[in-house]
Write a protein that binds this ligand. Structure first.
Ligand code: KG4
Length: 333
């Protein structure tokens, strides 16, 4: 089954063609990062307008590079929630029109389910059930993936996403947007015990997380150094931040794996590109005798192939939509 899939929930416009949820024929991504960098974060209206400009051309290019004809496509999948509402609407409207014009099914896909499915593209042998930590710029959740479309959120951030913590911390360190990758690079030259940063536990659910206190701690350290003229050890702060975030994520994931008896652990989302987090998970999984799945970097960030992968399984489960499909800024997994 050939699916053309669309992703436009934030600042990447992406269109892919995938086969049977596992094979990528093409994965076209247009990143708007340069448009937003000057503002230090995503400007929603600029994101929506850029999606409108780019999406049709990108879809044409996707079909062309996949080497298929439009009429070979069996369905259109689209990331319809959660995300910046104006941005999501562009993808949803495009997908609806394409499905209508080609008279093929329309499949709505939850963006975070897509991130989880990136692992199906990277690891052909991976099948549910498994445990997945989904960490991105807008979402941070620990998910019990019982089946391809049957998932239970075990814990989530109570405030900021892990990626938000990286991005805002990077800003006060004078690093470009998006800040996760630059912090990662800077951290490699610093000591991870240079600063003692908070690792808050929240409420009664041991799998819930919080990153806003950590973000504030980094911002305060940077402002304090600026105001007093004391030198700031930026590489040390970056390394200490990566360590703190990694420890919070890895400890909760491994505790959940032990409690639920999972020996298959996956990580997904843009923050899964972080080298400290990848290395810490590697060690923890090895110690626990668990198999670890983390997609290659290009499948960690937003892309449309992951939407096509999850879309295939949603289709098999009968989850299609009519022309009244809407876009949503928030949605439960
Ligand atoms: O999954 P994604 O592309 O978009 C969302 O669905 O939100 O994730 C983007 C996030 C940004 O916060 C970015 O700074 C972060 O992923 N990120 C990283 C790294 N590469 C990207 N965070 C930490 N270390 C990295 N190497």
């Amino acid at each position: 089954m050939l699916i053309l899939s669309v992703e436009s929930t934030c600042d990447e416009t992406a269109v892919a063609v995938t086969e049977n949820g596992r094979r990528v024929l093409t994965d076209q991504i247009f990143s708007q990062a340069d448009l937003h960098a000057v503002y230090g974060g995503v400007v929603p209206e600029i994101a929506s307008r850029s999606h409108v400009e780019v999406i049709s051309r990108l879809a044409d290019r996707a079909v062309e590079t996949a080497g298929v004809g439009k009429h070979d496509l069996d369905a259109i999948a689209v990331s319809y929630a959660p995300g910046l509402i104006g941005a999501v609407l562009v993808g949803v409207n495009f997908a609806k029109s394409a499905a209508m014009a080609l008279d093929i099914p329309l499949i709505p896909v939850h963006h975070v389910r897509g991130h989880i499915a990136a692992n199906y593209l990277a690891f052909p042998e991976l099948e549910p059930p498994f445990l997945c930590l989904a960490i991105s710029g807008g979402n941070t959740m620990l998910v019990d993936v019982r089946d391809y479309t049957d998932m239970r959120v075990l814990g989530r951030t109570r405030d900021d996403a892990a990626g938000e913590c990286f991005d805002k911390s990077a800003r006060v360190l004078g690093l470009p947007y998006p800040g996760g990758a630059p912090i990662d690079a800077l951290a490699r030259t610093g000591r991870d015990d240079a600063y003692v940063l908070p690792r808050p536990a929240v409420g009664e659910n041991p799998y819930d997380m919080s990153f806003s206190g950590l973000k504030t701690a980094v911002i305060n350290l940077a402002h304090h150094a600026e105001q007093t003229g004391e030198p700031l050890d930026a590489p040390g702060l970056a390394a200490s931040l990566c360590r703190a975030i990694s420890e919070m994520l890895v400890s909760r994931t491994m505790a959940a794996a032990a409690e639920l008896g999972y020996k298959k652990i996956a990580v997904a989302g843009g923050v899964a590109a972080n080298s400290r987090i990848r290395a810490d998970f590697q060690k923890a999984a090895e110690a626990a005798g668990a198999a670890l799945y983390i997609p290659p970097l290009r499948l960690c960030g937003d892309n449309a192939a992951m939407i096509g992968s999850q879309g295939y399984y949603e289709y098999l489960a009968g989850h299609t939509a009519g022309t009244d499909l809407n876009a949503y800024a928030t949605m439960e997994l």
